[in-house]
Design a protein around this ligand. Structure first.
Ligand SMILES: Nc1ncnc2c1ncn2[C@@H]1O[C@H](COP(=O)(O)OP(=O)(O)OP(=O)(O)O)[C@@H](O)[C@H]1O
Ligand SMILES: N[C@@H](CCO)C(=O)O
Length: 322
């Protein structure tokens, strides 16, 4: 459960006075997520999500994240709407942390997504990329190559505690990605963390996307590579090419990939696998004892990374040869 910061009822009632939501009826911490502290609130007017932003969210980026949700919702994408305070500010402060209220989205995330859900995801991802094209704010990806090197510098010395040989393997992988990382692919606003727990479905229909707190400007196809990692491996570690094909076909039904994006896909998948390996490894080694959070296994992403290293062309992801 991700509740790093405990709130008390009096402070919460005080915080809510700045919003037009009526009286607080009830609230509880949400037993999901690893990044921020989230609470479900029932107020006289409607249910809401309260988020207290924690370690990886820089307060200066909040106008980008909250503005992006508003922008995408205005263009018909189903994502949470931030609630403005009565003074017009997009967020306030609670227990010493920046804190925002966003609308509650109906739906459930899927524990076992099937190929049909992957196709829906692909369609939604491409629509999001297109809708993001005229968003006026920009945010550099803090977890791109430079960020990976910084994370690795903080973890490398202890990596072999998690698995023998990791220090060498990841050092070599980083060097190889630094040499070969693409420089000129189509860019735009990407979600950058579109895992199954951030996508809600009602029945088999995708009902909404949440958690824009890693969103940034980067290669659009990098976002697709994140989804290939997060949605297309089975619990036993096998890559499910049927899901991958469905995801990519769904994406291309809205936004066809160009030749360079297709060629770069195996490398982008290696990069995104490494990105989640590194944040998980850092958290594995550094999460304070007592935090109410389930740590995620970095080695899962090491296995994915090794798989992508063995991939020669994007046809292995179910794409037609170019
Ligand atoms: N707008 C929303 N509507 C409904 N439920 C929500 C909403 N936002 C968050 N939640 C609930 O809170 C949980 C955690 O939210 P979120 O994914 O934003 O947290 P996080 O700590 O940033 O997680 P992550 O580990 O995915 O980065 C979600 O799985 C969902 O159950
Ligand atoms: N989706 C991430 C956690 C949130 O950044 C992971 O599974 O490692």
């Amino acid at each position: 459960m991700a509740v790093y910061t405990d709130i008390n009822e009096d402070d919460l009632r005080q915080f809510l006075k700045a919003y037009d939501v009526g009286e607080l009826l009830s609230y509880r911490g949400i037993a999901e997520g690893v990044e921020n502290s989230n609470f479900l609130l029932h107020t006289e007017k409607f249910p809401l999500i309260l988020t207290l932003y924690e370690k990886r969210v820089d307060e200066g980026d909040l106008p980008f994240y909250l503005g992006l949700m508003q922008h995408l919702a205005d263009r018909g994408l189903s994502c949470p709407l931030p609630l403005a305070r009565d003074d017009g500010e997009p967020y306030g402060r609670l227990c010493g942390r920046p804190a925002a209220l966003i609308s509650f989205l109906e739906g459930m995330w899927l524990r076992k997504p099937a190929a049909t859900h992957c196709r829906e995801l692909g369609v939604a991802l491409a629509r999001m990329h297109i809708a993001g094209q005229d968003f006026e704010l920009t945010r550099k990806n803090a977890l791109a190559l430079r960020g990976w090197v910084d994370l690795w510098d903080k973890s490398a010395a202890r990596a072999d505690e998690v698995q023998k040989g990791l220090e060498n393997e990841i050092t070599e992988e980083l060097a190889s990605l630094e040499d070969r990382w693409p420089v000129d692919l189509p860019e735009g606003v990407i979600h950058a963390d579109l895992f199954p727990d951030n996508v809600f479905f009602i029945g088999d229909k995708l009902s909404g996307v949440i958690d824009f707190y890693f969103a940034c400007n980067d290669f659009l196809a990098y976002d697709l590579s994140i989804c290939l990692n997060a949605w297309c491996f089975e619990k036993d570690g096998a890559f499910n090419v049927t899901k991958a094909r469905a995801l990519i076909e769904g994406y291309q039904s809205v936004r066809p990939l160009d030749k360079e994006e297709i060629e770069a896909l195996p490398l982008l998948c290696r990069g995104s696998a490494l990105r989640f390996f590194l944040t998980r490894l850092y958290d594995w080694l550094n999460t304070p004892a007592g935090a109410l959070v389930v740590k995620k296994d970095p080695l899962e992403y090491l296995r994915y990374l090794r798989f992508h290293r063995s991939v020669e062309t994007a046809s292995e992801y179910g794409l037609e040869r170019t």
